[in-house]
Design a protein around this ligand. Structure first.
Ligand code: SF4
Length: 175
């Protein structure tokens, strides 16, 4: 289904996969396929939405949109959750799949890992078993994020950054 154009996240939902990576394992979906399918999905979705949703944005709406994305930049990278949605994970970014690490912050991950390991040693010495589980989980996420950022760095991938208006501001509606 995915090979024939079904967006992979729909395929994942149909198959009951909670994590899209599981679906990717079965269908060997490569990043370029995901990128190609996404605009196709957007085009189909737009064609089904009421035309009134595609009016020109008012100036106030445009400022709100830009400011929203300004707040996505954090110490370690940027947050990729959808526009207009609040953070559901209490800003525990290092554990969150929505965080894209900025490769230039890789040394900061090393510092954080060192700190987490020191805290773990203390927790072991003090017998804080609940703390140890939490720290182990955070360390697992941190290492996985580091590998992901290093892969991007090796592949020479370039961050696309946040949306900007090319050359000029959009034509705005009155008000
Ligand atoms: S926890 Fe996740 S969703 Fe929340 S701000 Fe951090 S990266 Fe974004």
């Amino acid at each position: 289904m995915v090979d024939n154009g079904l967006p992979i996240h729909i395929g994942a939902a149909l198959l009951g996969h909670l994590n899209i990576q599981t679906t990717r394992g079965y269908v060997a979906v490569f990043d370029d396929v995901v990128v190609r399918h996404y605009p196709e999905f957007l085009d189909r979705r737009r064609s089904q939405r009421p035309e009134s949703e595609y009016r020109k944005p008012a100036e106030r709406e445009w400022s709100e949109f830009s400011e929203h994305f300004d707040k996505r930049r954090g110490e370690l990278g940027s947050c990729g959750r959808p526009y207009g949605t609040p953070c559901m994970h209490e800003h525990a970014c290092i554990r969150c799949p929505m965080l894209s690490i900025n490769p230039k912050m890789l040394p900061r991950l090393d510092e954080l890992e060192e700190d987490l390991r020191a805290r773990r040693e203390r927790a072991v010495a003090e017998g804080w078993r609940g703390e140890i589980d939490g720290l182990d989980l955070t360390l697992t996420f941190l290492r996985s994020k580091r590998e992901q950022a290093q892969r991007c760095q090796r592949a020479g991938l370039v961050s696309l950054g946040l949306p900007v208006i090319p050359h000029q501001k959009p034509q705005l509606a009155d008000g």
